[in-house]
Design a protein around this ligand. Structure first.
Ligand SMILES: NC(=O)c1ccc[n+]([C@@H]2O[C@H](COP(=O)([O-])OP(=O)(O)OC[C@H]3O[C@@H](n4cnc5c(N)ncnc54)[C@H](OP(=O)(O)O)[C@@H]3O)[C@@H](O)[C@H]2O)c1
Length: 228
């Protein structure tokens, strides 16, 4: 059985990714910062739950220790937890957005590396965003060029760069970033945009189920590789 951890999987794209990977016979750990929400989500389709707040070192280390004791390895890690942080900008909000969307990736990756190294086909997927792509935000033909999401875009640029840097420093592990596509979730609810989480999770699942000779160090959406 493939052992998979998804952060922020109690709802939205992470929840749907968990559901689809479980249907592919993965042993899925739903990471959620809130125990009640996480346990309820896991119980919906028989996944496992680990308390995991990506902004809290003790929580992250505890979650990976639980998986290590139970499974002895981690095959697939999906960095999905994220916040939008739109509206007025100040230092505390910037710290929160970067802590969740970028530093959280560092925390969870570092805690996961020993278990990923025990896998025969370790794969890490970062649910990033084309809003963090220089190419997309400077291209007037792309919707990202009109998005007033300063902190989100900057933190997702960091998330994507972390992905490519980890791909370089950890050649035995695949690291890819994905843009799932505009999706109707709580994150986007007030904008009224997006397709279903079921559809967007398909992109994440594709990169979570790569063969050993699959790509690494890329940013992709459902149409293929995106310029950065
Ligand atoms: N929706 C889109 O159009 C879109 C497009 C491109 C990329 N994305 C990315 O897709 C990912 C999932 O977003 P979504 O649209 O599914 O949004 P969502 O429904 O708001 O889900 C976000 C998830 O992240 C969790 N989370 C937030 N802060 C956390 C923390 N500190 N520790 C652990 N979990 C935390 C949330 O948990 P709580 O329930 O506890 O808040 C929730 O489970 C995000 O990384 C987002 O940036 C989304």
């Amino acid at each position: 059985m493939t052992v998979t951890l998804i952060t922020g999987a109690n709802k939205g794209i992470g929840f749907e990714t968990a559901r689809q990977l479980l249907a592919l016979d993965h042993t899925v750990y739903i990471g959620a910062r809130d125990a009640e929400r996480g346990e309820k989500a896991a119980a919906t389709f028989g996944a496992r739950f680990v308390q995991l707040d990506v902004t809290d070192d003790a929580s992250v280390n505890g979650a990976l220790a639980t998986i290590g004791s139970a499974e002895g390895r981690l095959d697939v890690l999906v960095h999905n937890a994220g916040v939008l942080g739109h509206g007025d900008i100040d230092g505390p909000k910037a710290l929160r957005v970067f802590d969740t969307n970028a530093v959280g990736i560092v925390r969870v990756t570092e805690a996961s590396l020993p278990l990923l190294r025990e896998s025969s086909n370790p794969t890490v997927v970062t649910v990033s965003s084309s809003a963090g792509s220089f190419w997309a935000v400077n291209n007037p033909d792309r919707p990202e060029s009109g998005l007033p999401l300063t902190l989100y875009s900057a933190s997702k640029a960091a998330a994507t760069m972390l992905t490519v840097q980890y791909a370089k420093s950890q050649p035995g592990i695949k690291f890819n970033a994905v843009e799932p596509g505009p999706t109707a979730t709580d994150m986007t609810a007030e904008f009224g945009i997006g397709r279903s989480p079921e559809e967007s999770a398909g992109v994440v699942v594709r990169f979570a189920t790569l063969d050993a000779d699959g790509p690494t160090g890329t940013l992709q959406d459902e149409t293929g590789e995106l310029p950065w």
